[in-house]
Design a protein around this ligand. Structure first.
Ligand code: FE
Length: 204
């Protein structure tokens, strides 16, 4: 992840593609608000919150992990985790989704059986997530792949799992394109946008 070792003040990382690259599944209008307003605000707010605190000299990963255990730093956690999660989300998608291949294909088959079984389990988690949150494919400490659902800003890097892919299921991710039809967004996301090369890189 490009942001991992950066220190404050954080800057909004560049999108890995043009704002209209994911259309028609995700429109340029959605990306312009989601990236240009929501993501940008998390980064800006984080910089304001950590200025002059013990968090100021840390990388974004370090802030997320430490603030997760600090009940007095809930706002810092929320904004740092949302900054991290969004950057990871942009990289989890690409204009032309291929099929999983190589190491990621083997790992998926070992843990889920096949791609269809993975898609079904991921979709159930994403559609079933109550309220705002994220649906992740992660590698756990034993190396097995699993699906993890997190609420609001919560993120697997705060809990020791290794994220491979993420779908943002906050309404702001899909409302302009799909209104309340989250299942349609999730299906299109899985069929047309998943960046399996990124997932494979994250396997390590
Ligand atoms: Fe979002």
């Amino acid at each position: 992840m490009p942001l991992d070792k950066a220190k404050a003040p954080f800057t909004l990382p560049k999108l890995p593609y043009a704002e209209d690259a994911l259309a028609p599944v995700i429109s340029a209008k959605t990306i312009s608000f989601h990236y240009g307003k929501h993501h940008a605000t998390y980064v800006k707010t984080l910089n304001e919150l950590i200025a002059g605190t013990a968090y100021e000299g840390l990388s974004l990963d370090e802030i997320v992990v430490r603030a997760a255990k600090d009940t007095a730093a809930k706002k810092i956690f929320n904004n740092a985790a949302q900054a991290w999660n969004h950057d990871f989300y942009w990289h989890s998608m690409r204009a032309k989704a291929g099929a999983p291949a190589g190491k990621i294909k083997d790992a998926l088959e070992k843990s889920f059986g096949d791609l269809a079984a993975f898609n079904k389990a991921f979709s159930q988690a994403a559609v079933g997530q109550f309220g705002s949150g994220w649906t992740w494919l992660v590698k756990d400490k034993d190396g097995a792949l699993k699906i993890e659902a997190t609420s609001n800003a919560d993120t697997p890097i705060a809990h020791g799992d290794t994220p491979l892919l993420v779908a943002d299921v906050w309404e702001h991710a899909y409302y302009l394109d799909f209104q309340n039809r989250r299942p349609d967004y999730v299906t299109a996301w899985l069929d047309k946008l998943v960046n399996w090369s990124f997932a494979e890189e994250n396997l390590g």
